[in-house]
Design a binder for this molecule. Structure first.
Ligand SMILES: NC(=O)c1ccc[n+]([C@@H]2O[C@H](COP(=O)([O-])OP(=O)(O)OC[C@H]3O[C@@H](n4cnc5c(N)ncnc54)[C@H](O)[C@@H]3O)[C@@H](O)[C@H]2O)c1
Length: 343
């Protein structure tokens, strides 16, 4: 057990989700007291138990909808919260095209109500989950934070609008915010006891690789092998979820030091193609992943990876875990005979 950090607790919304749960763990390991809020709309009920098995820190779980402003205000008031990390959102690009109103409701109204509750409660430090999806993906990579913005989906627009609303509140002098634009978080806690386990079927590449590798799905569909990339398949910036979690701890440190607000890319700065990722996965796990090559998907681009020099400079953070670790940890969690049983 680590020593309790002086000062107030950190409220984490969407705490039982994929990135949220790994961040709660990182915060507890750093000695922060945490209030972990989630409505379990896209999370498993055993996440609090999993986190508790991995770290006996000071955490209180609250089941609530972040749009329930009165409850969030009560939590902020009663627990001496000094900062908020806001993950709670819907995150599927494809689903957002079918259910745009649900996405704006969750992602925008959720952010608005949280900001209002923070203002009422006098809590002025926020770390916000944004996404690389706000960038115009047709521009050359690596993409810096000043790169062109353009969203191809309601999900992306909801993130960009939330960034803009937050920026207005920052400019009013009532809030300090570090917004983190994640590229492609993958992997799991190295214990094999905590990982990505959404209530809805995964649409991201790594969970689909694991399902295909485990024989739990049809062969992996690779969309396009005729892009202008070294092997023709799409290139993205995969970053270990534990490194993403550490970036939040670093962002809290930055805010606590009174440095003000920032908007930062969170990735490794390296582009990896789908076939490269598959090759590494097989080398590391010894498991072949059956796949088929399909036509390009509308809206996909050849290559998108981050310039991460600003996060390094401002947060003193950079990703420490490589592709092999991302694959090994993802598979330790996902494989059918894996270590995830709580026992
Ligand atoms: N995973 C990625 O690839 C990725 C990439 C870029 C940005 N993001 C952003 O990071 C954040 C976390 O993503 P994730 O991958 O952990 O997603 P996730 O779906 O695993 O986690 C989100 C959590 O929020 C909860 N939630 C949703 N709506 C809520 C509400 N109204 N009130 C309370 N809880 C609510 C869900 O139950 C879930 O546990 C999201 O904001 C997402 O948009 C994720």
């Amino acid at each position: 057990m680590s020593l309790r950090k002086p000062g107030g607790a950190v409220l984490v919304t969407g705490a039982a989700g994929y990135i949220g749960s790994h961040t709660v763990l990182a915060l507890l390991r750093e000695g922060h007291a945490v209030i972990a809020l989630d409505d379990y709309s896209n999370a498993q009920r055993d996440v609090p138990t999993r986190v508790a098995r991995l770290c006996a820190g000071d955490v209180q779980w609250v089941e609530a909808d972040v749009r329930d402003q009165a409850t969030v205000e009560a939590v902020l008031a009663s627990q001496g919260v000094e900062a908020v990390i806001h993950f709670a959102a819907r995150k599927s690009v494809e689903e957002s095209c079918r259910l745009p109103l649900a996405y704006y409701d969750s992602n925008l109204i959720g952010t608005l109500r949280l900001l209002a509750a923070m203002e009422v409660s006098g809590v002025r430090r926020l770390v916000f989950s944004s996404s690389a999806t706000v960038y115009d993906a047709s521009q050359p990579s690596p993409v810096t934070e000043t790169g062109r913005l353009s969203c191809a989906s309601p999900y992306g627009r909801s993130k960009l609008m939330a960034e803009q609303i937050i920026s207005d509140v920052v400019n009013s002098g009532r809030l300090d915010c570090v917004a983190l634009r994640y590229f492609n978080p993958v992997g799991a806690d190295a214990s094999g006891k905590l990982g990505e386990d959404a209530a809805t079927p995964p649409s991201n590449l790594m969970p689909r690789i694991c399902l295909a590798a485990a024989g739990k799905s049809d062969p992996l569909q690779i969309f396009g092998n005729d892009y202008d990339t070294p092997d023709g398949t799409g290139v993205r910036d995969y970053v270990h979820v534990a490194d993403v979690a550490d970036a939040h701890v670093a962002a809290l440190r930055y805010l606590a030091a009174g440095h003000g607000s920032a908007m930062l890319n969170i990735g490794t700065g390296c582009g990896t193609s789908v076939l490269q990722l598959l090759r590494t996965f097989t080398e590391v796990t010894g498991v072949d992943v059956p796949y088929t090559i399909e036509a390009r998907r509308q809206g996909d681009v050849a290559s998108l990876f981050a310039d991460v020099s600003e996060a390094r400079r401002m947060l003193d953070w950079s990703a420490r875990r490589g592709l092999a670790e991302m694959c090994a940890d993802a598979w330790r969690w996902a494989r059918p005979d894996g270590d995830r049983a709580l026992g």
